[in-house]
Design a protein around this ligand. Sequence first.
Ligand SMILES: Cc1cc2nc3c(=O)[nH]c(=O)nc-3n(C[C@H](O)[C@H](O)[C@H](O)COP(=O)(O)O)c2cc1C
Length: 191
Amino acid sequence: MSNSTLDRLLSRRSVKLVGAPGPTEADIESALACVVRAPDHAKLRLWRFVLIRQPDIVAVGEKAISIMAAAGKPMTPEKQASTRAWLADLPLLIGLAYQIHHDHPKVPEIEQTLAMGAGVMNFQNAMHAMGFATYWSTGLATFTEDMPEYLGFDTLEQQFVGFLAVGTPKNAVVPAERPDPWSIARRWQAD
Ligand SMILES: Cc1cc2nc3c(=O)[nH]c(=O)nc-3n(C[C@H](O)[C@H](O)[C@H](O)COP(=O)(O)O)c2cc1C
């Protein structure tokens, strides 16, 4: 059976090395519209995306390098060089966070984390459907207080979960190797 939506979902793979052209504001709005269609228990609307363009993307990279050095976990010179090379041509970087609903009576934080992941996945698939590639990274000093604060997140009320790089693949994209679909499922029946 031919189904173009399914074909798009099946051909998505993450691509780290991307460059121009990046998505337009209209493209981004379409992808954000897909984020707000992710499963959302109790209508928390917890997704918080921060859009970063050049030259601010380069500034984020320099900040990540300095944060890691100050934390006593400096990036090696090679890692610094590869980070700078990765970010230099990137047309769009997105800071990803969700609003934490502390002690919510119906939605424990694990569900909030899952809703965030579902929203980001919808964004990734939407970008793929528009011909762009994405790459979710929790590098760039994600799990520090300094990076989310630098991006304007409130670290007590918002959980930062990394960055999404978005653009056009620099190299030919070959299909990713994937497991047999049935290797991740089993049937269950009551006795
Ligand atoms: C929350 C999250 C964080 C990730 N962080 C990193 C990362 O810091 N570095 C990395 O190499 N891959 C990271 N990945 C994996 C890549 O985004 C990507 O999924 C992986 O390269 C496999 O590609 P695929 O999405 O086509 O299966 C992360 C994935 C997720 C879901």
